[in-house]
Design a protein around this ligand. Structure first.
Ligand code: T1G
Length: 690
């Protein structure tokens, strides 16, 4: 046998064990020996049943994603599953950890599946811009019904063992020694005798499918797909399982898979899968980490409360500090209200809510932070206020405690220089709402110690955040590029584009919302305050704020919000204001198309990303993609701004930037040298063409 597949025999029950760390991906060096083992066991009269299990922390987590885009080495997954279904003796998949993608499809080739209580089973291919390409779209509906299969496949969200058992995907759930239970299960099944029907021949559930209900669900999914092709293909493949003979449906699945795997969208989403994992890697193997028990959060406002919840949700004890009892109670009240909403929505149990609230201690006395191992301040965005807070922390925190600031813009090197322990200071820039948004920009200051950095990168993973390590500059990576993206927004308004046209160009591109919808949602006063602090102006936004039009929270911003409405409607007063300000500047309005809107917003975004790479504020172009997809909703089907630059063509971007630079003289359009090198080499790291 090979190192990746071994076979044991327990009194006539064969145990085939896959061992391909870290997640037992179905690489070619697994598939080949697996196929050989199954053929031998199929023909071995001494073997009454076969158990398929995995070593390590999980059952097969899928096909080997690194093999995509390369020539397929036979046997492929479909051939292994087809072989499994030629075996007349009972076959049992023993699932622990996660059976995902090709892993679940392999298990569907078995007659039976058993799982331990903590196991999760899913088909997440849609998150890679794919569909299950190993028969999952044709076999899963035969076990759980077409509508349930549609939801599992299009959401890509795994289901737990108990839910899988209830749905008919799993035949038994065990505590304790899964392999032993699986062997006993297989032996008992063999004793009772067959025949054992392979999944491909089970059509009863399919006959119950109400296609009208199914199709209605697909219409809703298509609306949410926002231009992504994979969810639609998944739905089509599941529908084929209902309407076509098995082999025809399988062939149709393959055709859809081959198209998707070569698509830009899937390449973009696979890029993001690896980019997120790469972003969490620091130079220097296995840097020691500091122990983090209790976390202190200073400021119980929107950000502080959200940050405190993020850590409580991750199982940490939290001390929340405010300047007064009234402010503290308001903050704790908001946290309790948020958990109550989650319970009402069914995403949190009452017990879990109680346990999380028990994690909190409130105080107005800095001395109560003395037992914290990490302290994060989320106070008013003002350097003097931040320095005052850090001065107090310097006085009370134990040596080795990590002192973090949640600032969005301010110079963390200056904050670090104000305390006696700059090596313990760094930035933890959360995105609002901090208990929901995945992105965490971890800001490495000049003197931040490597172990402090390694500690918070590991901590980010433990609280379910996607961490990107960035350097110190105004706005770090995300907000600095956001400023570049937004620098022309008002110019476009004054030249004739309406807020609705600009926002539509963005949503047609795939963004969840456009810049004016986002400004109204976040509150226009935030940008207004930042501009005033830096002596900058934006005539339309400033005027709206002076009129008290802060956006959704005041019922009026760029749009009008009827009482409580989330979606705004165009406001003739705003459009009149824009025309008035344009006229004052002698600007003759003209029709502006979506292409120009994208060129003048997203090309400067990419250009600023190139400058950030040149300045080493971000270590990798893919880190910038991770920031923008997880912090700002950049469409995953385009892979992030820097990946999309490759699809769009750096030469075209440069040509258009130079056009607008020549026409406006604005620096934001002056192509960065690295963007020009990207056009020559095809890659952001300046190496040979990718
Ligand atoms: N292929 C190759 N490498 C993989 C991999 C995979 N499927 N899954 C994980 N890795 C690597 C990952 O890059 C990292 O590498 C290491 O394993 C640990 O991963 C035909 C077409 C299983 C829940 O989409 O969701 O099957 O950074 O850090 O947090 O229909 O990995 O250490 O060098 O994520 O414990 C479908 C993807 C594939 C599941 C574990 N399957 N993986 O999470 O560890 S397509 C998936 C995950 C498919 C078939 C189709 C997670 C995990 P490195 P990790 P984790």
């Amino acid at each position: 046998m090979s190192n990746s597949v071994s076979v044991a025999n327990e009194n006539g029950v064969a145990i085939v064990t896959i061992d391909n760390p870290p997640v037992n991906a179905l690489s070619f060096h697994v598939r080949e020996p697996l196929m050989q083992a199954l053929v031998a066991l199929r023909d071995d009269a001494e073997v009454a049943a076969i158990v398929l299990a995995c070593a390590g922390r999980t059952f097969v987590a899928g096909a080997d994603i690194t093999e995509f885009g390369k020539p397929v080495q036979q046997p492929d997954l479909r051939a292994v599953v087809a072989l499994l279904e030629t075996i007349a003796k009972p076959t049992v998949a023993a699932i622990h950890g996660t059976a995902l993608g090709g892993g679940l499809e392999l298990a569907l080739g078995c007659h039976f599946r058993v799982a331990n209580t903590g196991a999760r089973l899913g088909l997440p291919e849609v998150k890679l811009g794919l569909l299950p390409g190993g028969g999952g779209t044709v076999r899963l509906p035969r076990l759980v019904g077409a509508v349930k299969a549609l939801r599992i496949i299009v959401s890509g969200t795994p289901v737990g063992a108990q839910e899988a058992h209830g749905a008919g995907l799993v035949d038994a759930v065990f505590e304790g020694d899964l392999t032993a239970h699986a062997v006993n299960f297989a032996r008992e099944i063999a004793r009772k005798g067959g025949p054992f029907t392979p999944v491909r021949d089970r059509d009863d559930l399919l006959k119950e499918t109400d296609l009208a209900t199914f199709d209605a669900e697909v219409v809703d999914l298509a609306r949410k797909a926002r231009g992504l092709e994979a969810p639609i293909a998944c739905a089509q493949a599941v529908r084929n399982a209902v309407t076509l003979p098995f082999d025809d449906a399988l062939a149709a699945e393959r055709a859809l898979f081959v198209t998707l795997v070569a698509s830009d969208q899937s390449r973009a989403q696979r890029h993001l899968f690896f980019a997120e994992r790469e972003a969490a890697k620091l130079p220097g193997k296995d840097t020691p980490k500091r122990r983090i028990g209790r976390v202190g959060v200073i400021g119980a406002g929107t950000m502080g409360g959200g940050i405190a919840m993020a850590f409580a949700n991750g199982g940490f004890a939290v001390t929340l500090l405010e300047t007064s009892q009234e402010a503290l109670q308001r903050g704790l009240g908001m946290i309790e209200k948020n958990y109550t909403v989650s319970v009402a929505r069914g995403s949190l149990s009452e017990d879990a809510k109680r346990d999380r609230l028990a994690q909190f201690k409130g105080s107005t006395d800095y001395a109560d932070l003395a037992d914290c191992d990490l302290i994060i301040e989320a106070v008013f965005e003002d350097m003097a206020v931040k320095k005052e807070v850090f001065g107090k922390l310097d006085a009370i925190a134990r040596p080795g405690v990590i002192l973090a600031t949640n600032t969005s813009y301010l110079d963390i090197n200056e904050i670090a220089a104000s305390v006696s322990r700059p090596q313990d200071v760094l930035g933890l820039h959360f995105f609002s709402p901090a208990n929901v948004m995945k992105l965490l920009e971890i800001v490495r200051a000049e003197k931040t110690a490597p172990d402090a950095l390694a500690t918070v990168v590991d901590l980010a993973r433990r609280v379910g955040k996607v961490a990107v390590v960035v350097g110190v500059c105004h706005g770090f990576v995300g907000n600095r590029m956001l400023a570049a993206r937004g620098s022309e927004s008002e110019a476009l308004l004054l030249e004739g584009a309406t807020p609705g046209q600009i926002d539509k160009a963005f949503t047609d591109f795939g963004w969840p919302m456009g810049p004016f919808q986002m400004g109204d949602l976040a509150g226009l006063d935030i940008g207004w305050r930042n501009r005033k602090a830096r002596g900058l102006t934006a005539v339309i936004s400033d005027t709206l704020c002076e009129q008290g039009r802060f956006g959704q929270k005041s019922g009026r911003g760029f749009y009008l919000y009827e009482a409580g409405a989330r979606a705004g409607v165009p406001d003739p007063e705003v459009e009149a204001l824009i025309r008035e300000k344009a006229a004052e500047r002698g600007i003759e309005p003209r029709a502006i198309g979506a292409d120009e809107i994208i060129e003048r917003t997203l090309y400067p975004l990419i250009n600023e990303g190139a400058k950030i790479l040149e300045e080493k504020i971000a270590a990798r172009a893919s880190d910038i993609d991770v920031v923008w997809v997880n912090g700002y909703g950049f469409p995953i089907g385009k892979g992030g701004p820097m990946f999309w630059a490759g699809l769009e063509g750096a030469a075209k971007i440069i040509e258009r930037l130079e056009y607008w630079h020549q026409r406006t003289g604005k620096d934001v359009f002056k192509p960065a040298p690295l963007l020009k090198r990207m056009a020559e080499t095809g890659s952001w790291d300046g190496s040979a063409a990718a």
